[in-house]
Design a protein. Structure first.
Length: 432
């Protein structure tokens, strides 16, 4: 009996201690900001890129809170960043209490928040968090699956918490980082149609929660995981690996509610396989911040560096680009030189017929060995099998000159923040 009493007392003390610790954590992590605030919520949704998989965290959570006067918060409207698990809320809650950070990776929204918050007024709070699940196609992330439901629930929780504090709340945009599985798994689906349905669901459900009238915008990256497909071969006329990146480029270029973030190929990939590293997450997050600020300021839509028109004259193809910050450049330093700087004109027998390529202002002029009509015009559809990133993965060397003015410093090193050309792959047709 004496041993039993000792055990019960020990358990009681443990429970009390855990309760005190829990209360202390909750009190410590609650925002203490005074006065009326406006909460701008810009989360990221997608697969492993959205969750920062493998990107070793370099953001210091205390610094994220202290350096910006507590104006960057999570979906819980507090400062307990990390700990994302859509399958078990109990497990996630325990991780938060214990500050378990084994899988608290570097997220693009951290970089986005740090760049964006400095442009916003002192009465504005930025709410950031990721949603989604790794190794999933777009179909597997659409309503009513668990990751989607949890994402909407977390927006609702943030909204309700803000309202209890008497603060305004809106979701002007969601960052989209998904596409690797729709490249590598070869699903027989229409990515563009699914994306439109996904957007309609997000827009409807978020507006239902927040009661805002403005439609949400999507800030869209571009996946470059082409060589992860088992069937990938360079110069394969019938290859489908570029279909999803091409659609992402078209969405950014053509859709009125889609804004550009940028492609992933200019960054270092972890082990040169699939995921960008923490520096890449920070840098692409900074580019997302540029679009987010444009959305908040009602600026003209930012579409990045994309092809806008194509003309054929004899054996020559002229591709005109939207160039955000002239001049257009071939850069073989930041990204290792690819053959023809990443361009290909592929004939139906899988032959590249390019003989020369010249940059003229906002136009790339490609001379071919014969008429390119009926061929595939490609950029960034290349790379070593199973490799990813700026050295040996699918890539191109075409960028603008935004990096002359826009830079970001990470761990003491300063990086240019240029806009790199989105990957594309379309048929060369006769002039209209």
């Amino acid at each position: 009996m004496r041993n039993l009493r000792i055990i019960l007392i020990a358990i009681g003390l443990l429970v009390v201690s855990f309760g005190v610790y829990t209360v202390a954590v909750i009190i410590h992590d609650q925002p203490t900001l005074e006065g009326h605030k406006t909460v701008i919520c810009i989360p990221v949704y997608g697969q492993s890129y959205a969750l920062g998989e493998e990107a070793k965290r370099i953001t210091n959570y205390d610094t994220l809170r202290i350096n910006y006067d507590g104006r960057i918060v999570t979906e819980k409207m507090n400062y307990v960043f990390g700990y994302f698990d859509h399958s078990s809320r109990t497990k996630q809650f325990i991780k938060r209490l214990l500050h378990y950070d084994r899988k608290a990776f570097e997220l693009s929204v951290y970089g986005m928040a740090e760049s964006l918050i400095t442009e916003l007024g002192e009465d504005t709070i930025l709410c950031i968090f990721p949603g989604g699940h790794g190794q999933t196609t777009i179909t597997q992330l659409m309503k009513p699956v668990d990751p989607y439901n949890k994402f909407i629930e977390e927006i609702a929780y943030a909204y309700e918490t803000a309202k209890k504090l008497g603060w305004d709340f809106q979701v002007p945009a969601v960052c989209w980082m998904q596409g690797e599985s729709d490249i590598a798994e070869y699903p027989d689906t229409d990515y563009k149609a699914l994306f439109h349905q996904m957007y309609q669901n997000l827009n409807t459900d978020i507006k239902r929660v927040t009661h805002q009238t403005n439609d949400i915008r999507i800030i869209c990256y571009q996946s470059s995981a082409l060589t992860k497909g088992d069937l990938f071969k360079n110069n394969n006329f019938d290859g489908t690996e570029s279909r999803t990146p091409e659609i992402q480029m078209e969405l950014v270029r053509d859709e009125s509610l889609i804004w550009a973030m940028g492609p992933t190929y200019p960054y270092d990939f972890i082990r040169e396989v699939l995921h960008i590293d923490a520096i890449g997450q920070k840098r692409i997050g900074d580019l997302a911040a540029k679009s987010a600020l444009g959305i908040l300021r009602n600026e003209p839509r930012f579409i990045g560096l994309v092809p806008t028109k194509t003309f054929v004259e004899g054996n020559k193809v002229s591709i005109i680009f939207n160039v955000p910050t002239p001049p257009l450049c071939f850069d073989t330093v930041q990204v290792l030189k690819a053959e023809h700087y990443g361009f290909n004109i592929i004939r139906q027998d899988n032959t590249d017929i390019i003989s020369d390529i010249v940059l003229q202002g906002d136009t790339i002029v490609i001379t071919c060995q014969e008429s390119p009509i009926g061929c595939r015009i490609r950029y960034g559809v290349n790379g070593e099998f199973r490799k990813g990133g700026r050295l040996h993965g699918p890539r191109g060397n075409l960028r603008d000159s935004q990096g002359e003015q826009r830079k970001v410093t990470i761990n003491g090193k300063t990086y240019r923040q240029d806009n790199w050309c989105y990957i594309f792959d379309y048929s060369c047709e006769p002039n209209p």
